[in-house]
Design a protein around this ligand. Structure first.
Ligand code: FES
Length: 261
């Protein structure tokens, strides 16, 4: 699924998270060195890195939240994973912020502060692991296009009028799809050898986005675990999904494609 917060197709969140990861690990290492060697200058560097880590973490969170809301498919296993990923990172941020505040209190032992930072790094590790799963398995921000699939297309339609004009008749080539957001639904508009089709974007297995999959010869394959559905009937062709997908009626008139909900 193509990232929403990107520059020329490159997702911003994975680029920006490298900074807080480096700064937070650096904070812990310099605080350990400061404690072991009783060096004020190391402690000062650690404090600077801590501020940089907190600032860049907040910055990295912005594209992360945008992709969480607009890219990760709703009601999916990926959404649950992304929620846990975000919460762990918030907790890590709180720990490092509290540790930074406590450094100003001479009565708090430095070892206690180190423990907070160590806990933060452990949380960062778990959050990073989940982030990796979101990218490498759930393909959040990964834009894969099969032969002839064309560019990623996504549009939002407002209003409740029926039917809804969702495409021009010549907009898609055979085996191409686009994702439309209409009346709270995510619907895929696709073109097969026999004409336009419309079906729910959410895979009935674990909610993968079918628009991010591949559609060939009237069959769409989910990118997450490979379930296949007939796009003309909605019937399940191959699991692990156990049930078919909802399809919608389309009509064509005067060079326009209309969706009936
Ligand atoms: S989410 Fe598992 S096959 Fe689609």
């Amino acid at each position: 699924m193509k990232s929403t917060a990107h520059i020329k197709g490159h997702p911003l969140h994975p680029i920006l998270v490298t900074f807080p990861i480096a700064f937070f690990i650096g904070t812990l290492l310099f605080d350990i060195m400061a404690l072991v060697n009783d060096r004020y200058d190391f402690a000062f560097v650690a404090s600077c890195m801590q501020i940089a880590g907190i600032t860049t973490a907040l910055l990295a969170a912005v594209p992360g939240i945008i992709d969480y809301i607009f890219t990760v498919p709703p009601k999916s296993s990926g959404k649950k994973r992304a929620t846990r990923h975000g919460l762990l990172n918030v907790l890590n941020l709180v720990l490092f912020f509290v540790a930074w505040l406590l450094k100003r209190n001479p009565y708090v032992p430095a070892f206690g502060i180190l423990l907070l930072e160590m806990a933060g790094i452990v949380l960062l590790g778990f959050a990073g692991w989940m982030g990796g799963t979101l990218v490498y398995r759930n393909q959040i921000g990964v834009f894969t296009r099969y032969a002839g699939g064309g560019k990623w297309k996504e549009e939002r339609f407002t209003g409740n009028d029926q039917p809804i004009e969702v495409a021009n008749s010549d907009e898609l080539k055979t085996d191409q799809m686009k994702l439309v957001h209409v009346q709270g639904k995510r619907i895929v508009i696709g073109k097969t050898e026999t004409g336009y089709v419309a079906f729910d974007d959410g895979c009935t297995h674990k909610g993968g986005s079918l628009a991010g999959g591949a559609m060939i010869c009237g069959t769409v394959q989910c990118p997450w675990h490979g379930s296949q559905f007939d796009v003309n009937t909605g019937q399940l062709k191959t699991g692990p999904a156990k049930q078919g997908i909802v399809i919608y009626r389309l009509t064509e008139d005067n060079g326009k494609v209309y969706l009936h909900l």
